[in-house]
Design a protein around this ligand. Sequence first.
Ligand code: PFF
Length: 459
Amino acid sequence: MSMAPPPPPSYEAPEQGRPAERWSSTMGFVLATAGSAVGLGNLWGFAYRASQGGGAAFVLLYLLIVLVVCLPVLVAEMVLGRSTGHSPLLAPLTAGGRRWAPLGWLYLLVAAGILAYYSVLMGWTGRSLLHALLESLPATMAEAEAYFGAISSGGDAVLGHLISLALTGVVVAAGIRSGIERLSRWGLPLLFLLLLGLAIWAAGLPGAREGYATFLLRWDASKLIDPTTIRNAFTQAFFSIGTGVGAILAYGTYLDRRSAIPAEAALVVGMDTAVALMAGCVTFPVVASFGLGAGVSGSTVGTLFIALPTGLASQGAIGRLVAGLFFALAFIAAITSSVSLLEVPVSSLIDRFGWSRGRAVWLCVAVIAVLGLPPALNVAALERMDAIFGGVLLLSGGLAMALLLGWQAPARFHADLLGSGSPPWLVGALLWALRWLAAPALGLGLAMSSFDLIGRGAG
Ligand code: PFF
């Protein structure tokens, strides 16, 4: 006798209002979502934060936070998108009622705010790529700093920002399958290959061992409770996975009802973490081999743009090739992330007002182009926007997601995951982690980064 599985708890018929577009396959969704996660944060943020100290303790905390905090929130975000079928603007309202409507606006604000400065960073990356290929690499740290000053402010930076945003707009305007999915399908495997090649090359450098040992492997147990290390690991994990902004939620709305969300989320998290660690295996040997340690820990956003080309300059043509490949892969990583950020307001306008995709894209691009002018003209403004949008507000979005699906609408979480075939024990464990680990840990992380922001403002 076969037992029919119990019907999932009922919630609003999700097929209503579901967008017509779909990923061509589950793999398409996984690659696009991993493309969103893998970005400049992995290449630049990880190296920068790991170099601020902490060594293996930083890496361990990072892995722990990714597993117990980011993973359940990522699953919740995918569930919220798929089960409501609505954009980031309307999904919280649909799942939680009127009280949750402001969360939709928060997602729009955070995505637009991050994209405004992210496209500036992308512009620097593109400029550095051209520089490595067509001109020469800066030979000394002083030359590199002068060069970085030139690309990171004024007309060059504004132009780079506008071109990057326009490219992002072109991809998003082409649609889910023919734009975003197609880009990730070739971009992500290419990025992996390039990074693997560079990591192998870097392993042969004279300072490779010292590089790994100083930044990734040095063990100091007291760093596990050091507030700076904890805060760095938290901010890095959330920005890198990119949950709490609504981007993955938007991608989730185009997801097939049957696909197994927990396994997909685990794949995404695994790829993102692998890229961060591999990127560390490129940058740290370069830094140690060419004696750039002081420059790296002294600078902030400039790390990648200053230290890397300087180190490679002494390697002649090979150095230029390596720098070119590195900035090319960074640019690919950046654009597969920026499209997911733009999809947040774009899908919301389509969902809320019934606009055409093209109209929504170009209106959002115009607004974000203006928002990006301050960070394009001033590096301090960029760092500030990163602390506000990429730090405090991103964590607030993640906390709200954990509260909405963990506490306000757990039936939706259950129903969606059980209905798509996930085993009950796994769904139970994820819900438990969302409620009792992710929500309190996010509250703590948010408090720490808010104090940090206030402290910086006062200091
Ligand atoms: N995860 C991206 C990175 O590491 O660069 C940045 C990002 C993308 C953040 C998408 C937030 C987001 F929604």
